[in-house]
Design a protein around this ligand. Structure first.
Ligand SMILES: [Fe+2]
Ligand SMILES: [Fe+2]
Length: 186
């Protein structure tokens, strides 16, 4: 799977948005990639990454909405299915993408015994880390699911500050930026 192949186009989104559009998607993709690395859940990375790509594409507005996840699983996953398969995902991983996207917009947590609990939680934490864009106090770190996610709170803030105005389509842009930021924190 190659981040260089992922271009986050405006026309993929049902609702054009700054809050839940290209920049947010790019940051969540870079953050989930890094989180898979930090947690050692590399095997979950293809599904978590593809889930991040489509997770907010079916939003119809920027308000509170529990349904856009299930709508994206229903509408966007079929749209990108061939692309995801070409990126090397298996049928099982496609199912994990659907479940992660479905669960990400629900307030309730998936059961820890859910077969895709890890992919669901990786997406939820990466999505939560970009809550910095909503305001300095919008991320409640107590709700992060992985202890490793805490290491990404400050880098996520910097990633947002450095990318907020860019609307850069290339996913790889966010990876390179986060890579530089993580180095500066060492
Ligand atoms: Fe969402
Ligand atoms: Fe999101």
């Amino acid at each position: 799977m190659k981040p260089e192949c992922f271009i986050i186009r405006k026309e993929y989104f049902d609702h054009v948005s700054w809050l839940h559009g290209i920049g947010h998607t790019g940051r969540v993709m870079a953050l989930v990639w890094e989180l898979c690395h930090l947690t050692g859940l590399e095997s979950q990375k293809p599904a978590a990454y593809c889930a991040a790509f489509i997770h907010d594409m079916s939003r119809q507005h920027d308000g509170i909405c529990k349904l856009h996840g299930s709508l994206a699983a229903k509408m966007k996953l079929p749209q990108f299915r061939d692309f995801f398969l070409a990126q090397g995902l298996s049928e099982t991983e496609l199912k994990a993408v659907g479940n992660a996207v479905h669960w990400h917009s629900l307030t309730e947590e998936a059961d820890m015994n859910h077969e895709h609990y890890q992919v669901i939680s990786l997406l939820k934490d990466a999505d939560a880390l970009d809550r910095i864009r909503l305001g300095p106090h919008d991320l409640d770190a107590r709700f992060l699911r992985f202890t490793e996610s805490h290491q990404l709170i400050k880098p996520a803030r910097k990633l947002f500050m450095k990318s907020a105005l860019k609307q850069e389509k290339r996913a790889v842009f966010y990876h390179e930026l986060l890579g530089k930021i993580l180095k500066s924190f060492k």
